[in-house]
Design a protein around this ligand. Sequence first.
Ligand code: OAD
Length: 234
Amino acid sequence: MKKLVFLTGAGMSAESGISTFRNSDGLWEKYPVEQVASIQGYMADPELVINFYNRLRRQLLQASPCLAHRLVASLETDYAVTVVTQNVDDLHERAGSSHIIHLHGELLKATSTLHPNDPSQVVTLREPHLDIHMGQQAKDGSQLRPAIVWFGEPVPMIEPAIHEVSQADILVVIGTSLVVYPAAGLLHYAPPACKIYLIDPADVSYDPSLGITHLQTGASEGMKKLVEMLRKGS
Ligand code: OAD
């Protein structure tokens, strides 16, 4: 089976009703990124940040996978598929994808403030205990915090992601502005023979030497085209 790797960003979930970050009505228009998505912002005002992610988590429960998520999952019948996502939602999981690497963490998980990357500290948040509260302790006794990788923190899942991309026969990048590193640098690990597709309605800037085929359309429309192209072997 050929190895097909997806690299997805916020645009992947836009048609599920989840805001992207950098579009004009994106999340960062409403909340300064340094306040709600950096370790410094969390240390300065943990309650504000915890409540911000509590709201996002509740919004996520109202959202459903879109056609694009389902088409990504459907390709598992013909390809060895890995999804590397920058998204913190669980829409790839709910659409049925079985091998997912979350580069920037997961909204439905919580961890320790002291040892955020220790897997033994990570817990899953479920109804009726979906929210994190101030004073709620992780297993090590520190404040429980969202299991999100914030700016200023290491990205532990980048190594497994590099490993996947470096073995890809086909790499499909969907809905990411490719401005946040190290995720954006993953394209450069694709082997020379790897065919790279990009699905995004915007003029995303990328290294022209990568020979990318840009399907300049939304995620679901682009995935329909991609499935057709793969079927024809183009
Ligand atoms: P951005 O908001 O930077 O980029 C979203 C991309 O999705 C843009 O290129 C849009 O053109 C595209 N887009 C919009 N609607 C689309 C649609 N219907 N179909 C396909 N594409 C569409 O989001 P990311 O690149 O994912 O990190 O941002 C990367 C990281 O920055 C996020 O993971 C987050 C943020 O800081 C953390 O929270 C740590």
